[in-house]
Design a protein around this ligand. Sequence first.
Ligand code: COA
Length: 181
Amino acid sequence: MTAAAVRSAIPEDAYMLGIIGPAAYAEAYAYLWDRPDAYSEQLQSFGQHAFEALLTRTDARVWVGEVAGNMVGFLSMIVGSLDPVEHRAGGAELPRIYILGPAQRVGLGRLLVDAAVEQAAAEGLSYVWLDVMASADRARHAYAKWGFHELGSKRFEKTVKAGLSDMVVLAKEINAPQARL
Ligand SMILES: CC(C)(COP(=O)(O)OP(=O)(O)OC[C@H]1O[C@@H](n2cnc3c(N)ncnc32)[C@H](O)[C@@H]1OP(=O)(O)O)[C@@H](O)C(=O)NCCC(=O)NCCS
């Protein structure tokens, strides 16, 4: 596959983000949903209008991942968002990192997280955090590999299938060494 690259998102990316976002989400997490209305709402939160709003926020930073000039994924970061376990100041949340299936496992996720951590460091932050579905084994493995550690747990606030709402909250200290798995 052609080398993957990462760059900061610009407002004009909202259209493509609104295509890649719902597709990547549905590929990975369709199994969580049994209520069509709840699933539809969740997909809308990855749509063009949602990205247009996100890209106007002064506390939001967004990067896109590309292969041969085509968008295949993205990562969003919210500066100053408090983690739900320790409520520690001086951090940033990584609410979403999504890569289309055929572009996974070639290091793009790592590049996106590195870009976010570098930006967080430049803004004087001390950690980044995120939450992930407890059932998402592949994503959890990636986060462990990238140096995230577990802070605690929470429940997904939306209505998913019974038994699937557990989430894990993870953090990565800035300048912490990478785990070697
Ligand atoms: C999780 C995710 C962001 C990782 O990004 P990526 O570009 O694939 O990451 P990398 O190429 O750096 O690989 C990191 C590790 O992720 C895991 N992984 C990623 N995709 C995988 C896949 N399709 N199958 C198995 N493991 C996978 C592997 O452990 C991999 O390390 P390895 O190849 O050395 O075993 C990406 O796979 C993704 O978008 N998944 C679907 C959406 C998702 O779950 N997002 C997170 C929501 S919180």
